[in-house]
Design a protein around this ligand. Structure first.
Ligand code: SF4
Ligand code: SF4
Length: 458
């Protein structure tokens, strides 16, 4: 399976199964297209002879054959064979999302957690529940040494003392059980202060700073409960925080909605504020919501991704480059076959814990009683749910079969699929269009990077 496209002046051919990317001239690009349609060599020569000399066509065909011989073009899908083995794999729990506070000091319009309450009641996780969650993780992680714990909310800083005590407890347990905790924190910044920054810089491997971009965009979507915007309060704190972390191990994360389809301006605004690790993601919401993305917005959003990618190339050349999370792609073949097939690990390797200790497949399922898997004292009681998530992979999803992005996206988000289709084995279709566009932009950025590196070497 191949995918051909033109972007920013590059003719790009992706060999989906091997992950090989080729930047080619017009002739090779057209011939690969004809070969993909099943045309025979003689027929291709006749078609192309209107514009090219016979020797040029033969040379192009030889080059293509060479790539085929090297296993870089028109390759077979070797992962499909691994799928049975994949389904039978033993899984351990590697990561927990601790809902340390089902409460929030902001009232963000798009919040899936409903101002932190997750269709339920307001609650803070007690130290005892958190401690039990860490014990559960250790006990269910098998031989795995590196474990991840994300302090999530609502707003985790509303329960900061418990966060600190849990980190302390985790550090004690590491030594006893030969484990290594990687703690992370997601915050809206309202309660951020020097003491919290200092602690987080010592203990948190990564922090996610929630900010949407330009002041008017951020303030509209992320107001306080009484309506005032939060931009002026959080921006200086986030800037200080990012700086105090040496401009690494954080990312400024925002959401764009129908209200800011020109979201490339928000990404660039965050870069202008000095952040160089940025993620601005499309909102996922029911079409009934006025801010939800609709099918008619897709062309505009794709244009914005193109605009952003081109500006990123320009800024990088000027020495002002930054990372945009959704354009980061591993073209070296990815970490392992399982990761390529299954993605985030929700429901198996990754679980969410509510303030009162219930377990769900991930933070997005919290409050959906159908997905209640157990609790941190009794462990996972619903093996059927775990098995369903374990079997959820790109080959289980019909729509992914013909999708060129399948090995970068790993079959998309189970929660989004469930929210739109009532099944974790479908896909969120608008999200897929945007995902494909991002993969195209990401590959184009790599092509530009390679070209720049070549020019610098000459
Ligand atoms: S983009 Fe959509 S269709 Fe393509 S692999 Fe991802 S989930 Fe599947
Ligand atoms: S199912 Fe979706 S929301 Fe949940 S962890 Fe996976 S990617 Fe994230």
């Amino acid at each position: 399976m191949i995918h051909r496209y033109k972007n920013n002046g590059y003719n790009i051919v992706l060999d989906v199964n091997s992950g090989s990317v080729h930047v080619v001239d017009e002739l090779v690009y057209d011939i690969i297209g004809l070969l993909d349609e099943g045309k025979a060599q003689e027929e291709i020569c006749q078609t192309m002879e209107a514009d090219y000399k016979r020797e040029e066509i033969s040379q192009a065909l030889n080059e293509i054959q060479e790539l085929k011989n090297q296993g870089m073009l028109f390759t077979e899908d070797i992962y499909r064979k691994a799928i049975d083995h994949f389904k039978e794999r033993e899984t351990v729990v590697k990561a927990l999302c601790l809902h340390i506070a089902h409460d929030c000091n902001l009232a963000c319009r798009y919040c899936f957690a409903e101002e932190g309450e997750y269709h339920g009641r307001r609650a803070l996780m007690s130290y005892e529940v958190g401690k039990q969650a860490l014990d559960f993780l250790i006990a269910n992680s098998g031989n795995r040494v590196n474990l991840e714990v994300d302090f999530f909310g609502g707003e985790p800083l509303m329960n900061w003392d418990v966060v600190k005590r849990l980190v302390e407890y985790g550090r004690e347990q590491e030594k006893l059980h030969n484990k290594k905790f990687r703690f992370t924190l997601t915050t809206n910044g309202v309660l951020l202060n020097d003491e919290i920054m200092e602690f987080a810089n010592k203990e948190m491997a990564n922090v996610v700073l929630s900010i949407d971009g330009r002041k008017e965009v951020h303030d509209f979507m992320r107001p306080f409960r009484k309506g005032a915007g939060s931009y002026d309060l959080v921006v200086p704190k986030f800037q200080k925080f990012a700086k105090s972390r040496g401009e690494k191990s954080y990312y400024a994360r925002g959401t764009f909605t129908r209200h800011n389809l020109d979201f490339s301006q928000d990404v660039l605004h965050l870069a202008d504020l000095g952040f160089d690790q940025i993620s601005v993601e499309p909102v996922v919401a029911d079409e009934k919501e006025e801010y939800a993305l609709r099918w008619e917005d897709v062309p505009r959003i794709c244009e914005e991704y193109d605009k952003l990618a081109q500006e990123m190339i320009k800024r990088k050349r000027e020495g002002k480059g930054f990372n945009f999370f959704h354009f980061m792609i591993d073209l070296t073949g990815g970490p392992c076959v399982y990761k390529r097939l299954s993605g985030c690990g929700s429901g198996t390797e990754y679980l969410a814990v509510t303030p009162w200790g219930d377990l769900y497949p991930c933070h997005q399922f919290v409050g959906e009683e159908k997905f209640l898997m157990g609790n941190v004292w009794d462990g996972v009681k619903r093996d059927d749910i775990r098995e369903e998530f374990k079997d959820c992979n790109v080959y289980a999803k019909e729509k992914c079969q013909k999708c060129f992005a399948k090995f970068y996206c790993s079959g998309g988000c189970a929660a989004n699929s469930y929210n739109f289709h009532g099944s974790i084995n479908d896909v969120y279709d608008i999200g897929c269009e945007l995902q494909r566009k991002r993969v195209e932009c990401a590959i184009m950025l790599k092509a530009a990077e390679a070209e720049d590196a070549e020019e610098n070497n000459q």
